[in-house]
Design a protein around this ligand. Sequence first.
Ligand code: NAD
Length: 523
Amino acid sequence: MGSVAVETQKQKNGNSTAAASTLIRSYAPATGDLLGEVPVHTTDEVQAIVARARRAQAAWGVLPVEERAERLLRLRDAIVDRADEIVEILSRECGKPRQEALVHEVMVIADLATYYCRNAARILAPQEIPLHLLKHRKSVIQFVPRGVVGIISPWNFPFSIPMGDVFAALVTGSAAVVKPSEVTPLTMKKAKEIYDSTGLPEDLFGVVYGYGPTGTALIEAGIQKLVFTGGVETGKRVAAACGARLVPCVMELGGKAPLIACADADVERTARAIVYGGFANAGQVCVSVERVYAHKDVYLPLVQRVKKLATDLRVGDPAKDFFDVGAIIYPRQIDVALAHIEDALGKGAELVCGGHRKPGPGQFFEPTVLAECTDSMTVMNEEIFGPIVPFQKVDSEEEAVTLANRSHLGLNAYVFTKDRARGRKIAERIEAGSVVVNDVLVNYAASETPFGGTKQSGFGRVHGEDALRDMAERRHINYDRVASPARDPLWYPYSPKTFHWLQRGLRMLFAGNGVVQRLSELF
Ligand code: NAD
């Protein structure tokens, strides 16, 4: 049995809405125990929740940003106060170690919320734009609420991913409606329960449960922006649905993070980073270390050290002990892992350790290390999203950069070297949204910095100043600095005389070191 099962409610009353309704049951991946259930919302229900969010937003969006931020800090405080409850549901519903639930999910959000709430007034303050040509006018950009922001999220970080977007939407004056993954709905149910206890307007933050069609219903319910986090193939469908309605969207999609271990890399730190970056959350992280390109000078000691560290990892049910590696949240990932391993071994890879599903109960997979991998293997090209770290030996850093950039994905990348300046130089050549030197995963916790991908890892960013501004709508107001004459020479009627003067003006203003260039150098 998987971590989720669905039970169709039998139609008894002839009502067509009820006929389509189903329940999602959530099971603990570490034990198979039933944890709870949520209804699948119908299209009508999704539309009603979005409509209620819009009504709540009308009052919320006119509050000063400082007031919104102060009120949202109450939600941050409630999250911190009730961290144990969030950790509990995360470790049960995802089977993730409690320390990971606390650090990767609760702490990340406590910090991001603090950053947004403390900086929103500055980041969203109106921006005056000096005009180099139209000196008689002024421009100001305002950041105004969009309305309702839809958030569709995956199962690997069911708290931190959607809640970061919720804080960003609310602090900018919009409402938020989240569709959590059908695999982990109970975590968002807990988040909504905590939100409702804070006295913030209940309808301002809505939750809709269901599968893909519920996500489609949310996109079609009249939202003003969508933040989607999930797989590449789903992302293409979601982006198309947004495009059909011209709903602006952020696409946070899959990753295939390369780790380049340079010839001078510190073997101990690099090995520990590979093990943490490859096996945290059982490898179900979009920025997991998904492929290692190790210089031939450090390849063998690195593989040997990673083997020892990976073999020492303790895998098990987080409810029973402080295990290092938890469960596989979504059972299909076990098949994906096995297929990658079979393909790699069939093409000449060496199984260094792991490689098997652990016997039940629960869904667990051994931390797996593969060596002697080549770029013909799926494990070096396609997302793994599970506890496998494949190694490929390279002759030079040049080769490593070429291989790293060959991927269709470009979310995170890592470079390990003792020469920090060289590390930065290599980083500048890698096609990825974020490149981290001598560390792993850490950029997601740097709240001030933009997070997102290039290539098929998506577009748009979350976190940081730009993401907050983009969460709002930009309104440009252009107004007169001095009293304007009744007749504007550029308006009607057109005439040969005006045209002649404009021709002369064109040269005077723009040719060579013309007036406009001189003015723009002055101001
Ligand atoms: P998924 O694409 O299967 O599902 C993501 C969400 O989309 C779910 O809520 C799902 O119900 C919904 N959905 C499915 N079909 C839809 C449709 N047609 N219209 C609207 N919504 C639809 O992804 P997943 O398996 O839940 O998550 C794993 C993937 O997410 C991995 O590829 C991982 O790399 C990626 N991910 C990316 C980031 C990032 O920040 N870039 C973070 C975490 C996970």
